[in-house]
Each structure stands twice: as structure tokens, then as C-alpha cells.
Design a protein around this ligand. Sequence first.
Ligand code: SAM
Length: 430
Amino acid sequence: MATVRSPSYLLTLGRWRRGVGVAPQARALAALVPGVSQVDNKSGFLGKRPHRRHPGILKLPCVRLPRALADAAQLMLLDSAVPNVEKQVQALTNYLWSRHLPVEPGELQRRAEHLEKRFLENSDSFQTEEKLRGAVLHALRKTTYHWQELSYNEGLSLVYMAARLDGGFAAVSRAFHEIQTQLPEFQPKTLMDFGSGTGSVTWAAHSIWGQSLREYMCVDSSAAMLDLAEKLLKGGSENGKLYIPGVFFRQFLPVSPKVQFNVGVSAFSLSELPSKADRAEIVQTLWRKTSDFLILVENGTKAGHCLLMEARDLVLKGKEKSPLDPRPGFVFAPSKKPKEEKFSMVILARGSPEEANRWPRITQPVLKRPRHVHCHLCCPDGHMQHAVLTARRHGRDLYRCARVSSWGDLLPVTTPSELLPSPVEDPPES
Ligand SMILES: C[S@@+](CC[C@H](N)C(=O)[O-])C[C@H]1O[C@@H](n2cnc3c(N)ncnc32)[C@H](O)[C@@H]1O
């Protein structure tokens, strides 16, 4: 069981949505009001809903693995002969969480030149160039993060499964939940998962869109991981029927842009790639192959966040157009006891942003204070706002909605961009 917390994400909308239009609750709040933290209270946006279920609430407090998946994983661990599994699980979890981005070759060169200059300035004891080079390399090694590619062989794949199956499943479920809540009409038929690992994305997608999904393409360069994912789908054994029909396994991404998938996913896999150029190539290929949503999930760390911002900018500012699908992309959403999963996410969609929900996203824990509440908001145009809401100033409904909202939810207000950026609102009324 895992609780999901604090996504930072990007989402994109697709062609299918044009006929469907904007969700009714979004239309109800479409009127612009002066000020970031006001709402059109007269439009009855709550309907008969209680405040705690206002239409911006997106949190998914607790996620459980499907019984069949949990049983299969348990069986495989019991059958395995991995020594000291618990220790290895802890070590891998720590390693993955504290991982930084690989240092780019250009950056390494810059650092080496800087060190060389410093050595030459501060010492004349380098009689030979060889000695100087040795000293520079030694200093570089000591001060530079050494990124290592993981080789997911059979043993590491099992340890990865034990360490990350539940957390990965929970984070991706939260991303899918975001789309499903905002666009209940979306019925994807095909999904492609890059760096599919244990197949947790397939299981999570099946839990949400199992009725409509007909094809799940799992791409992973590790044959051992693909075997493990297939075994999990067969209840933990070599033989038997796949629990989810229509799952295909491949070691390479299909590069041709001719075939697109409704949903493209990369979960915790961009961080496995050795350079910015490799990441760019994969993101561009994934985007070309996405017809509706591209969902990117990484750890909720600085490195994870940086990876997603890099990928988002590549899609949004990218000059390269897909020959078959020229529609631009836009951001649809940003981004332990039971175990808690902190992750970063970005969901990119094809289409135009006007069609998406344009409410601001809450980007920090909501601070509830006597008769007022602080909300840090990321507005649809990218500006950050710190809004202080009170019942007297903003109406009882909005005030109560804000009080029951959490980090990651949308706040049902309109934020006219011409008023941004605006300072902190008036001091709270007591
Ligand atoms: C950290 S695991 C993530 C697994 C899964 N997506 C999840 O959420 O648990 C990363 C996976 O990416 C795979 N991978 C790494 N480089 C790859 C590449 N160039 N092409 C395809 N898969 C790759 C690895 O084999 C590994 O299974």
C-alpha cells in the first residue's frame, strides 16, 4: 500500500477532446473575476457536492497493488535465490533516490580547464604536463559525481521489483487518475511504456482504462526485465495466460512515426539514460509516437524535477515537427506508514491549451490558519501566486474548498493573467 504525494507534472490533451469540449465544471467557472483568489460563486460550481469533494480535488490518498500482481511478486521473491534481499532492496532504494544527473561531457571539460588554470596559478611544481594532467584528473574524480548505468540482470530486476513495484505503481496511478478525473470521456485504446521494467505502468493503466485499452507495448532494453514483467503477468510462473490481454514486449522503441499510441509513458526511466542527448532523442521519439498524452514520471527530487523540465521544454519549444502529427503540445498538469511515494510528473498533451482545465495548481502544503488559509498556486500561464483566502473576502464556498484542498489539487478559481504577477493578498482578517 502506498500513499501518493506531491506530484510536479505536465499533461497534454488530444484530438479526441475537440468533440467533447470542456468539462462542465470548468465552463461553470469560466467567468473572469478580478484577482487570483476569487471565484464565481454564483455559478454553483459545487452543485450538491460537499466542499471536501470540490471539482479541483485530485489527490489519490492511498493506492493498493492489484491482488494478482502482489501475489505474483510475492511468489517470485519466494522462489528466487537472491541473497540478503532486504539489504539489497534498501541499498537500491537509497541509490535510486539519491542519484544525480550524469555530468555532461562539455561540463566535464569546462571543469577540467578550470582546475588546470587554478593549479597553474597556485603552484609551479608541475614539471611535466603528465603530472599536471594527473593532478587535474585526480581532483576531477574527487569532486565530480560519478553516474553509473545500471545493468538490470535477473538479480537486479528482482531486487528492483521488491524495492519499487508498489511506489512506481502508486505514482503512475496518480498520473492516470489526473487524466481520468479531468477527462472521464477519454478512452485510450493503445499505450506504449518506455523502460517498462516490472510492467507496473501496464497494471496501473489496466486498473483505470482496462475496458478500452487493447494494446500495451512494453519497451525495455533489459531482456531480464521483460521476462520478469511477463512472468508477473502470468501469476509468477513461466507458463499460463497473461492476466492482461494485449501486452507486447519489445527491446527497442519502434522508431517509425507511422504508428502512434494514445498514451505514451516513461516512468523512472529517463534517469537511466547516460546523457542529455540520449534523453532528448528518447523524449522526441516518444512525443512523435504519442497521439494524446505523454506522461513522464520521475523521483520527487531535484534531479527528477530537472529531468522533467528538460523534457517539457523540449516538447513545448521543440522546433522539430512530427511529419504525421503537427499538433503542438501543452502542459495539461504539472507536476510511509503506509509507504509514501514522492514523485515528479509532467503530462503533455496534443491540442490547444484552451481546452484544458485552466485552474491553478496548489504547489505546496496548504497552510490552514484561524479564519484564513495560505495557498501557493501555479497559475495556468506559469506564474506563481501566494494567495491568502478568507471567507469574508472570497466567499464561504471558495474558502472552505481551499481549506480541504491539498498539494497537487486544483483550486477552482480563475486567475486573469493580466493581473499577474501579484503580491501576497491582503493580510488575513481575524
Ligand atoms: C528504473 S527502471 C523503471 C521501470 C518501470 N518503468 C517502473 O516504473 O518501475 C528503468 C528501466 O528502464 C530500462 N532502460 C534503461 N535504458 C533503456 C533504453 N535505452 N531503452 C529501453 N529501456 C531502457 C531499464 O532496463 C529498466 O528496466
